[in-house]
Design a protein around this ligand. Structure first.
Ligand SMILES: [Ca+2]
Ligand SMILES: [Ca+2]
Length: 348
């Protein structure tokens, strides 16, 4: 096999930029086309593997919002099905489904990110009520977020990343809200940023060029919480006590070829994957050492033939990794007319 040399930009502790040449072709996988999406599904994003075997997929259609936002599912037979057209925010007339998770009540919980329409705390958490595989309604359960992003259910509670708490502050504060599922049966819970008792973790982002903080999140088999800090190219690890409070936090992984940390996925056997939107790549991080290994990276382009194009989330089912290419115009990524879900085969 021909060994390519990938030039990876990283930053030392001094802040001085230096270049590191790393031979990585031997470990790189080539993404293939999973689903070619029509214009009515032009911006795929959050995914979750539900107990029913389906992967539920958020499609906010931010690239061309003349198409309504949807939740789709990828069935175990690899069919793409519509689940629901989401109702819009009553004032803003938009809805931006991003992170999605399935709770033991059988319903889907969806982050409605409104920051691209209005950054004055209009984002919400939606509950899509499911009955025997059919969506039968949608409620607002949380409101008052600036930029609701990833969503994860864990042991009785919903965890939601808030990528921006106060956009005027530097470094930029962001964090994770935690809600007991039992809190969400009445009127919507309204959150308020720093000082809100639901805000269980906070972090800060130095990067002014890409000022977005908390992003993908998930838990490992020991119940430790991992959260991406998008702009600062980090994954943080939080140890929680029995009440779900943070008892310790550390930078688990940073830089090492990651140009951003967007979606995060942890398998049942503790393989950790990160979607790197700005780097147009997917990385795997070793849970013991925090060492980053780039799994796939594509040149910037339109994503034709299944190449990566602004990957924002990954989801693993069996030996197959699905990658959402959100393809928003941001950094080097330019939105285009090719929309797809890539697949990376994890076992040769
Ligand atoms: Ca594209
Ligand atoms: Ca593109």
């Amino acid at each position: 096999m021909i060994q390519d040399l990938a030039t990876i930009t990283t930053r030392g502790a001094s802040g001085v930029l230096f270049l590191l040449a790393v031979g990585c072709a031997s470990g790189l996988k080539t993404p293939r086309l999973g689903f070619e999406l029509p214009a009515r599904y032009n911006t795929p994003d959050g995914m979750t593997l539900a107990p029913d075997g389906n992967i539920y997929l958020s499609v906010p259609n931010l690239g061309d919002s003349t198409h309504p936002a949807k939740i789709l599912r990828i069935t175990p037979d690899q069919e793409l099905e519509e689940v629901i057209t989401l109702p819009v925010h009553p004032e803003l007339k938009t809805v931006g489904p991003m992170g999605i998770t399935c709770a033991p009540d059988g319903h889907l919980y969806v982050a409605d990110c409104q920051v691209f329409t209005d950054d004055n705390r209009k984002s919400r958490v939606l509950r899509v009520r499911m009955d025997e595989g059919r969506a039968i309604g949608c409620d607002v359960v949380v409101e008052g977020l600036v930029m609701a992003n990833a969503m994860h259910y864990h042991e009785g509670a919903l965890y939601v990343t808030e990528s921006i708490i106060d956009k005027s502050a530097h470094p930029l504060p962001s964090g994770v809200y935690r809600f007991e599922l039992s809190e969400l049966s009445g009127d919507p819970v309204r959150v308020g940023g720093i000082g809100d008792p639901h805000l269980m973790a906070t972090m800060y982002t130095e990067n002014k060029e890409f000022p977005f903080g908390a992003n993908g999140l998930s838990f490992d088999s020991e119940g430790r919480l991992y959260v991406c800090n998008f702009g600062d190219r980090q994954v943080l690890r939080f140890t929680l006590d029995a009440a779900g409070r943070v008892s310790a936090q550390e930078v688990f992984a940073s830089d090492s070829g990651m140009e951003s940390t967007d979606g995060l996925y942890i398998t049942a056997d503790d393989r950790i994957y990160v979607a790197d939107f700005l780097g147009n790549a997917v990385h795997q991080i070793d849970i013991d050492s925090g060492r980053v290994n780039t799994l796939a990276r594509s040149p910037v382009g339109d994503g034709a033939a299944g190449l990566l194009d602004g990957p924002s989330e990954v989801c693993v089912r069996g030996d197959r990794m699905y990658v959402s290419n959100i393809d928003l115009s941001f950094g080097d990524i330019q939105h285009d007319d090719v929309h797809n879900i890539s697949v990376i085969d994890l076992v040769p």
